[in-house]
Design a protein around this ligand. Structure first.
Ligand code: OAD
Length: 320
């Protein structure tokens, strides 16, 4: 990435042109969330344990109606709250703070843009997110706490009609949110700078957005490899490499490096402090449990991870 010339991009930003982001799973891999299609590390090449007829079935609405278990197994692993935002996410927040952000179109369901502080009005979650849940039959909403509780015990069924409840993630076979279409109607002709990051651009209609922007738009691809039609226009910039590396490079060029580091460090500290305080609570509860005479051998004999999960459940239940 060292040799990539970002001058044209930096000048356009300094002149007041706003940036629209088009994000995919590659912006979150450094947070510890696998992407979908990278060979070996991508989710789709690691789904053997779920016994699916084909990898993408895990997000297919017809398959889900037949057998929802594989999705719930995966959802437990992907549930937001376990992963902190990356430098790239905080770069987007910096663009917002400096009034240089037009909009963020994201395919990601991990809500890390929100966690980094990007405001709802600036985000279009094209493939939905884990933020809300509905019954697939009667459409009744279920709170995230109830959903998590039920998912830990097995399959979350609707309290009214017993249908399966699923997070409002867009599955293959389902329509995209209205906000996706209305925002794109407003933005399509007004994208001045497009940063396309961490996506293979294989899932439509999202994949076609970068090719629909005006010919005068500066398009930047921040991705490990060349994708879509990026590189076919004379003003395209191919920043091939890691997304965080790109974030650092552009922040340095704009003189925002310290601010980016500060935002990132604060985010990481928050996350570490949260984990540490959770661990402290777990220790307190273990202590309390011993006092109420729950046999210590239960803890000694079980695998440590299982004990932690047990106790975390207890914390949830006690709402500590
Ligand atoms: P993919 O897994 O298809 O593509 C991720 C892209 O990011 C690949 O080109 C990787 O090489 C690249 N990449 C990975 N880590 C990176 C890093 N640290 N820095 C730079 N590039 C990196 O993910 P998406 O394009 O987001 O749909 O997938 C699109 C949709 O397919 C998802 O939203 C999901 C999936 O089926 C639903 O869940 C509905």
């Amino acid at each position: 990435m060292k040799d990539i010339d970002l001058d044209k991009l930096v000048k356009a930003i300094e002149k007041g042109k706003k940036v629209t982001f088009f994000n995919g799973a590659g912006i979150s891999t450094s947070a510890g969330i696998p992407d979908f299609r990278s060979p070996d590390t991508g989710l789709y090449s690691n789904l053997a344990k779920l016994n699916l007829p084909y990898a993408e079935a895990v997000f297919d609405i017809d398959y889900f109606k037949e057998d929802p278990k594989p999705f719930y197994t995966l959802a437990t692993e992907l549930m937001p709250g376990q992963f902190p935002p990356t430098k790239f996410h905080y770069l987007i927040k910096l663009f917002q703070d400096k009034n240089k952000l037009n909009r963020v179109y994201t395919q990601n369901i991990d809500t890390l843009e929100r966690l980094a502080g990007v405001e709802d009005e600036n985000i279009v979650e094209a493939h939905g997110s884990f933020a809300s849940n509905h019954c697939i039959e009667c459409k009744e909403e279920m709170s995230s706490n109830t959903f998590k509780d039920l998912m830990e015990k097995g399959i979350p069924n609707c309290e009214s009609c017993k249908g399966y409840v699923k997070p409002d993630i867009v599955f293959f076979g389902e329509g995209l949110p209205k906000k996706f279409f209305s925002s794109w109607d407003d933005d399509c002709d007004n994208v001045e700078i497009a940063i396309i990051a961490g996506t293979s651009l294989t899932v439509y209609p999202f994949a076609s957005l970068p090719s629909e922007v005006d010919k005068k738009c500066i398009r930047v691809l921040a991705n490990k490899e060349k994708v879509g039609d990026l590189g076919s226009r004379k003003d395209d910039i191919l920043a091939l490499g890691g997304c965080d590396e790109f974030a650092e490079k552009i922040a340095r060029s704009l003189g925002w490096e310290k601010e980016l580091d500060k935002l990132y460090d604060e985010g990481q500290n928050k996350y570490t402090t949260k984990k540490e305080s959770e661990q402290e609570k777990i220790e307190d509860i273990k202590f309390e449990l011993k006092k109420v005479d729950i046999k210590e051998s239960k803890f000694k004999n079980e695998d440590k991870d299982e004990v932690d999960i047990d106790v975390s459940n207890l914390i949830e239940k006690l709402k500590i």
